[in-house]
Design a protein around this ligand. Structure first.
Ligand code: PGA
Length: 252
């Protein structure tokens, strides 16, 4: 059985009380677990520091974005070529990037392609906004994000898809277990129909949007749920390690 993923997305933040305090209190609690694979995606600036500090731990290190070109005149951008020295994961197409930085599905597909070529595991984020949900467009939106986003790869072995409905992110109100379960089914179905049975078996599907120590049990015990992407709660060392430890206990 694959371990459950618990990926911290720090966004443009550092944890409460600083990175050193976070790692000191969290690492002993989350290293070498049997059923959980933790990962941390800090702001770019802190990636080399975490790379050193996480050296002897089993915690994965990831970035929150990349540029699809290998190098060149792209001021302010970071390529997969540069990230691959330090990271094994990269979040791609987060709704904040789509919404605030106007990333398109086409650009996202190029990012997924580059990440895969550089041996980084992409975490493709998909999800609908509240208006789309109210208009019963959730399945349609997520399907189209998947089909275009994955159109340039044929190796799905390392792919992670995160279902992150926009209305749940940072709101304190996670999607209901029922909503999550239905969408995980849709995602698996789209991947199977479009990209074949083998790809659906290897793709891991996780949920993100107001995950906390209070709701983790209901989310992680859903069928075919491979893990969670955690924003706010991952900035608090106690919450983050409680989420990880809860899963380790439940799965045991
Ligand atoms: P949240 O963020 O846990 O704060 O809702 C999740 C995310 O945006 O990845």
């Amino acid at each position: 059985m694959d371990k459950k993923l618990v990926i911290a997305n720090w966004k443009m933040n550092i944890p409460n009380e600083g990175i050193d305090h976070f790692l000191k209190s969290v690492i002993p609690e989350i290293t070498d677990l049997q059923y959980v694979q933790p990962g941390i995606c800090p702001p770019y600036l802190f990636i080399p520091k975490l790379f050193e500090l996480l050296d002897n731990s089993s915690v994965l290190l990831g970035a929150q974005n990349l540029h699809y070109e290998d190098n060149g005149a792209f001021t302010g951008e970071i390529s997969a070529q540069l990230l691959k020295t330090y990271c094994s994961l990269v979040i791609i197409g987060h709704s904040e990037r789509r919404r605030l930085f106007h990333e398109t599905d086409e650009e996202i597909s190029r990012k997924i392609q580059t990440a895969t070529q550089c041996n980084l595991t992409p975490i493709l984020c998909v999800g609908e906004n509240i208006t789309e949900r109210k208009n019963n467009l959730s399945n349609k939106i997520v399907t189209s994000q998947l089909i275009t986003g994955l159109s340039k790869i044929n190796n799905f072995n390392k792919l992670i898809v995160a279902y992150e409905p926009l209305w749940a992110i940072g709101s304190g109100n996670a999607a209901t277990p029922n909503d999550i379960e239905l969408m995980v089914k849709v995602i698996r179905q789209v991947i199977t129909e479009r990209f074949g049975i083998e790809s659906q078996n290897s793709v891991r599907i996780i949920y993100g949007g107001s995950v906390s120590e209070n709701n983790i049990t209901k989310i992680i015990t859903l069928p075919n749920m491979d893990g969670v992407l955690v924003g706010n709660a991952s900035l608090d060392p106690l919450q983050y390690s409680n989420i990880v430890k809860n899963i380790e206990t439940i799965i045991t």
